[in-house]
Design a protein around this ligand. Sequence first.
Ligand SMILES: [Zn+2]
Length: 259
Amino acid sequence: MRIFISWVTGLSLSLCASLGQAESQWNGKSAAVVLTYDDSLNVHLDTVIPALDQRNLKGTFYITLASQGFSQRIDEWRSAAANGHELGNHTLFHPCNGQGAGRSWVSSEQDLSTWSVDRMVRHLEVANTALQAVDGKTKRTYAYPCGDMTAGGESYVDAIKPLFVGARGVVPGFPPAAQTDRYDIASHVVNGQSIEALKALVNTAIGEKGLLVFLFHGVGGEHSMNVDTETHNQLLDYLRQQQDQLWIAPMLDIAQSLP
Ligand SMILES: [Zn+2]
């Protein structure tokens, strides 16, 4: 009898352990979704945040501090942060690698190929300080401008790890938690897709039990990479419908949960 009891107890313990593991991967849900919006555009304050708030969803807004969409509307960003949205770091001036095809728009001042890793780190430290002055937070995530991870031809990824809980890259994917690179988190650029295509991404994430990060710029305009307001709202509604299967949270929460 004693042997039987210990066998049953052992079985239930190991069942609990494996169930617990599966459940804890994405806060008890099948998959995780992060809504990220880059470059501190006015439409993020005017259109996106009201749409998120209406549905009780929280997003991550990657702020470029030199942009007017930030500097002219600091109190509104402060309110958004107080309401649970993350203000992520997207640098002071949005420097990108000016070398290569399609990068003639990068000014010589903001050409990362001529910067040092140390210069980039110092800029990011100042940007973190400025964001802390707005939201009071000491932890946040980062988004690589243009997805570029080098300064002066050298990777700056390791150098920024002390500054951030995680960092979003631009390579698409649906990684499970154990295979998510916290300093190159996969993301899907949204630029003109149909609502069906965006829903398909959500369904794939659920099927693969992975992380889906949306990368938005314009919503209803203000940027050449854009999604119309109606499609954006339909996506938010679809996410709400699937919420029993999805952990929808700011990048900071997701990054902090990664192993
Ligand atoms: Zn950007």
